[in-house]
Design a protein around this ligand. Sequence first.
Ligand code: 5RP
Length: 229
Amino acid sequence: MTARSTLSQDELKTLVGQAALQYVVPGEIVGVGTGSTVNKFIDALATVKDSIRGAVSSSEASTARLRALGIAVFDANEVASLSVYIDGADEIDGQGYMVKGGGAALTREKIVAALARRFVCIADESKRVKTLGAFPLPVEVIPMAAAQIARRFAALGGQATLRLKNGQPLVTDNGQHILDVRGLAIADPLAFESDVNQWPGVVTVGVFAHQKAQVCLLGTTAGVQTLHF
Ligand code: 5RP
């Protein structure tokens, strides 16, 4: 597919959202992520809704959009496995490792991704990085552990701030809070994810290394590039 050099970021998101339809398996349930790029995918999915059974969703926001478009949403507990999970990313590196959680849905995203045999990341080219960490790393935490976890990140050189919404701590779909951690350069994403996951009070760290992407559909001014990892 070719694209004009004037495509906006929103148009690039539309392109990759539509391109992801090629990974949707007819007759099956598809795993659906969260975010503005995934919203483009959901809109595209609605055009083929009669050919699929439905979706497992990673957030209340995606569930509402899927249902509004007439796509059945299954509980993750009803599904033993999925062929594919399609989601965006805040950063993706050359190995398919990602930072996610800009939309605060990282925990459910990781749960649905773990059900899937293939993670297809859809992203515009601004998300491609050499090293993860320039985007503030989202970490979902149990509220009473937030300060303790922030101190542990400070010891690693990171500055953690509590994510706010309308002046109050943002509450996730799971009833927890989000820390955004600046100043990290994540050289070994697999080890980092394993380590931070052990800290008491961490629900989910937004490094997706153990649940990495196998494919990335990257929206560029030259068209959609397909990267395999
Ligand atoms: C939500 C996510 C999103 O996939 C990520 O923030 C990218 O979002 P967008 O497509 O809006 O840029 O992880 O928790």
